[in-house]
Each structure stands twice: as structure tokens, then as C-alpha cells.
Design a binder for this molecule. Structure first.
Ligand SMILES: [Mg+2]
Length: 333
């Protein structure tokens, strides 16, 4: 596997976050165009610093590296440590957290188990997709197929977003990241996957022909379908990491997260070697991010360890027979 592309996926996430940070919540066209890092934003951060998107991705990375697989409880413990103690925050404390993430983490503190009859919600913020890269990297190096990678994306979304749209959008984006990191004609393949794959009418409608859309029709909101659409638009209509990510963050609105989502896919496609050196050099904790990307790439047997969802094969009450069932499902090509 091409290590450069996997490194690019995680470092690209943080760079997109840091580039979008200063113009978060601003209206397109009403701020000085972003061309590189700058200080400021709603949390008044230094230039090159990143926000919750990267903090959550680092929590996921740490958990996957420590556990060697996907452990639903450990991941939630790390998100909890981020909120309560500033674990993996760029400033030492948690300064921004989305609604759904915050609710899910409070709920986890009261009861970590999610029962089989838990109701799905309509809300679908982009917090589920902004942090995705570590799961996809671990799944790729462990030779998971595209269906398995999509499923891991959905599972990682569900921890904080028990929403069908959030799960489907994140699962699909996970499969796009896989394609971007592994296929030469990735852009064409992603377009055809959008046209053919999604069972979800709303997602297909929104992402279909995204590269032909005008800037006016791209909505830089925190809704997961809009965020991925904006990130795909920026990625599919440009020819370099730099142009893609700048196009994404200059949409304003939820710019840091649109930047983080675009940065993942552009980083996976162009690789770390395709990212401008000055952005790598000035990124907060770049060495740490690179080290984490490398350590995830050494997790060779990434698998599902434990789930807090009763509905799962490996949920509370998990048995070996159900584990076998899950392994079988994973090996379907
Ligand atoms: Mg953020």
C-alpha cells in the first residue's frame, strides 16, 4: 500500500481544518480570501492550529493504535477525555463541540450501552465524517474490501450520530477515501459510485453531477450531506491538493469541517508529497500527526473488537458464534 497516500489522508484532514478555522461561520465573499494559514476564527487560535475535527480524529487514531482494532467503548472514553480534560485538543482544553457529539458523550457517561430499540434521529451533523480518516487507513492496511470499509465508516459515525443519513453519508465517504487512496482513476470511479451506489435518494440527488454545479448551489452548512457535497465539489473540480482545499474553505460557513473533509480525500488522492511544504512545516503538531498515520498503518489486523450497541454481533452479550458470523461478512469480496 502507498504509505504517502495514507499519510496524506490524515495530515490533509488537519491542514483543511487549520485553513478553514479562521473563517468559520463567515459568509462566502465577505472575508479576505484564504490563501494560507492565519490566526483568529471564533476561538482565536494561532495560525496553523486545528479544532475539534482533528482532535476527534486523533482520539480515534489513538484508540485504533492502542487496541489494534475498533473498540466502541474505548473510542467513546477518548472522546469523553477530550471534552472533559482537553485530551488531544490543540490548546489543552476542549473549546468547540457539535451538538450531536456533545449529546452522545453526555449520554455515554450516563449509560454507555445503546439498546436495540433506541430511536434513530433525523439530525445529521457533519461531526461523524470530519474525523473519519484513521478508521479508513486502518481498514485499508488490513486489506478490507470496499464494502467492509463502508461498514466501518457507518459504525464510526453511529457512535455519536444515530441517524440513517449520517451513517450512510459517512459510509459512502469512507468508500470514496478508499478509492482515492488506491485507484488511479479515482475521480471517475467516485462519480460513478455516486450515480449507482447509494440507496439513499436524498444523498444521490445531492451528490449526483456535483462537479458540474455552480458555486451558488453549494451550501457550506454543518449538515453532513451538504458538507460532503461541498468537499466533493472542491475536490472534483480542481487539480491539486492546494486548489481543492482552498476552494473548500473559501466557501465559508462550516469552513473548518468542509476543509477537513476535503483535506482527507484530496490528501488521500494527491498524497503527502502533493501537499505544499509550507503548510506541512507550519501545521501544529505535524510530526505527531505523521507519527500517528504511520502507527495506524502498522495495524495489520484491524477488526471489530467490541461494540456498545446491543444490535451488533459484537455488542454487549457478544459470543464467539456471532464473531464468526461477522468475520464471514467481512471476507465477502
Ligand atoms: Mg471544527
Amino acid at each position: 500500500m502507498n504509505r504517502d497516500k495514507l499519510q496524506g489522508m490524515l495530515v490533509g484532514l488537519a491542514i483543511g481544518d487549520a485553513l478553514g478555522m479562521p473563517v468559520e461561520f463567515k459568509t462566502r465573499g465577505r472575508f479576505e480570501e484564504v490563501t494560507s494559514y492565519r490566526e483568529g476564527g471564533p476561538f482565536n487560535l494561532p495560525a496553523g492550529y486545528w479544532t475539534d475535527d482533528t482532535s476527534m480524529a486523533l482520539c480515534l487514531a489513538d484508540s485504533i493504535i492502542e487496541k489494534g482494532g475498533y473498540d466502541s467503548f474505548d473510542i467513546m472514553d477518548k472522546y469523553t477525555a477530550w471534552i472533559s480534560k482537553g485530551y488531544r485538543s490543540s490548546t489543552g482544553k476542549c473549546f468547540d463541540v457539535g451538538n450531536q457529539v456533545s449529546k452522545a458523550i453526555s449520554r455515554y457517561a450516563q449509560n454507555p450501552i445503546v439498546s436495540s430499540n433506541e430511536e434513530y434521529v433525523k439530525a445529521a451533523g457533519n461531526g461523524c465524517v470530519m474525523r473519519l480518516a484513521p478508521v479508513v487507513i486502518a481498514a485499508i492496511v488490513s486489506n478490507k474490501n470496499i464494502y467492509s470499509i463502508e461498514r466501518y465508516g457507518m459504525i464510526s459515525a453511529r457512535e455519536t450520530h444515530l441517524s440513517h443519513v449520517a451513517e450512510q453519508a459517512t459510509g459512502l465517504f469512507a468508500s470514496f477515501l478508499y478509492i482515492a487512496a488506491t485507484e488511479v482513476d479515482a475521480k471517475e470511479k467516485i462519480k460513478s459510485l455516486i450515480d449507482n451506489a447509494p440507496d439513499n435518494e436524498e444523498i444521490r440527488g445531492a451528490w449526483k453531477n456535483v462537479s458540474e454545479k455552480s458555486i451558488e448551489s453549494i451550501k457550506p452548512t454543518g449538515y453532513v450531506v451538504d458538507t460532503v457535497e461541498a468537499a466533493l465539489w472542491a475536490f472534483l473540480t480542481t487539480e491539486s491538493f492546494k486548489d481543492a482545499v482552498l476552494k473548500a474553505v473559501n466557501l465559508g460557513g462550516d469552513s473548518d469541517t468542509i476543509g477537513a473533509v476535503c483535506g482527507q480525500i484530496a490528501g488521500a488522492y494527491y498524497g503527502l508529497s502533493g501537499i505544499p511544504k509550507e503548510w506541512i512545516d507550519a501545521l501544529f503538531q505535524y510530526d505527531e500527526l505523521l507519527d500517528l498515520a504511520n502507527k495506524i498503518s502498522e495495524v495489520k489486523n484491524f477488526s471489530f473488537i467490541r461494540s456498545r450497541f446491543e444490535i451488533d454481533e459484537k455488542g454487549p452479550g457478544y459470543s464467539d458464534a456471532r464473531a464468526e458470523e461477522f468475520e464471514k461478512m467481512e471476507s465477502i469480496v
